[in-house]
Design a protein around this ligand. Sequence first.
Ligand code: GLU
Length: 522
Amino acid sequence: MQPKSSRGKYYILDFTNMKSVRTRIAPSPTGNLHIGTARTALFNFLYAKKHGGAFVLRIEDTDRERSTKEFEKNILSGLEWLGIHWDEGPEIGSSSYRGDYAPYRQSERIFSYKKYLEKLLFEEKAFYCFHTEKELANEKKAQMESKIPVQHICTPWRDLPKRDAEKKCGAGEASIIRFKMPPTSAKEPSNYQLTFRDIIRGQVHFFARLLGDFPIAKSSVEPLYNFAVVIDDYEMQITHVIRGEDHIPNTPKQLLIAKALGWTTKNTIGDTIPPWEYVHLPLILGPDRSKLSKRHGATSVDEYRQAGYLSDTLFNFMALIGWNPGDAREKMTKEVLIKEFSLEKVQKSGAIFDTTKLDWLNGEYIRSKTSDELFEIARPYFDQAGISADAILLKRILALEQPRLKKLSELGEGIGFFFAVPEYNKELLRWKQMSDEDVAQSLKKSAECIAGMTAPFNKEVLQKLFFDMIGEGDKGAALWPLRVALSGKKSSPGPFELLEILGREVSLRRLQRALELAGATT
Ligand code: GLU
């Protein structure tokens, strides 16, 4: 794709005149895929797909010390599992095609950053700073003590001629590269406000001068995030920078860098317009309305996967964190979400991570699977629980659990009793006010009913037999002790389904055991 001459002029949301949408997710591989990153990726994906555009995956691994290949792999496989497929990125199936703007790993793009860093140094829009960490820390401390804004105006180094700075570097003096906060002018007084437009938040203002001479690289081949991100977004022709609101404070720095490189324009009211739209998504909050963190429970996509949430569920659920379709719909397929998604309906305020909704939605998705589909998805959870049995039997058990199941990780605990004699407290056998004697009688009758059966041992026949036996009597008094004897659980599938799967012999043995328990004195 070739850059278009209209670049930078499309800050009005008019898609008829706009080049095609290009969004990106730019995770740093310094941890496993976080639910916040996945939600940001999803919004970028939905927006790009809605407008027939491209969704780009870029790995921001400039922090060499904290980035690892394992984390990168975890992020890629997590996004893949969620169904958030990227059109361009570091790996795209088995094809060697990676997209027109490769490479998509910052560590492989050093040549680009170097070029632009040298340009800024040459134009004296950036400079080498030789302050030691100790000097900087002292300055910060003094500013904090005097209660003045913490900022670093890098005197004298900001005015050192480039030649002299290079000499010092050549002599091995430690340095970093800083952005030279533009000198103030009549037009831009020292407290001049830098304004950027955010699709969700409208105009956001900053006092540019407060940013000081901020760092942009450790050296010409070691760019820092705020610098590299601007180069990448520009070179990759990104049209919408959609990311978490925690990046709002970085935005003026990025805007100034884009401006210094000549990539911005001005709109009619004088705002500096970068070649992309900014969209800052609301933070994800825990139920106590503080930023979602480990304290609230799982935060990585892996943890949710292991807990037995389906990828369909998470895809749908994450779309609802801070966005809604404008009506009461909650369960929506990928296609519907793409069709309905709009940035205008993204809320400004923090969005609560509603675990109750997540569980409900997961139950819905579990129920919407065919038994074969669910069995395939559930296999790893059977393995995890150490349950290995004939696939036909497992499928039958799964079908029984399907209507009540919320998470696949509950399977092990939920169906263990089919394979091992359950342990339970004898009190559980009691239905309402039944006496011990009543419980024992009930269990005895059930055992007799089953033992005397000649007809096929299936749930329809069993149900008829038991209902005939109970007649006008209390169903609970007959069926509760039976069901508990078979399952050892307060809630489980119904007694006839359990009898059919467990079979006559196992069922009789369990009833016998329950009888012994009921008769035993506590
Ligand atoms: N690497 C940054 C992060 O993981 C991306 C920031 C951005 O999207 O600009 O938060």
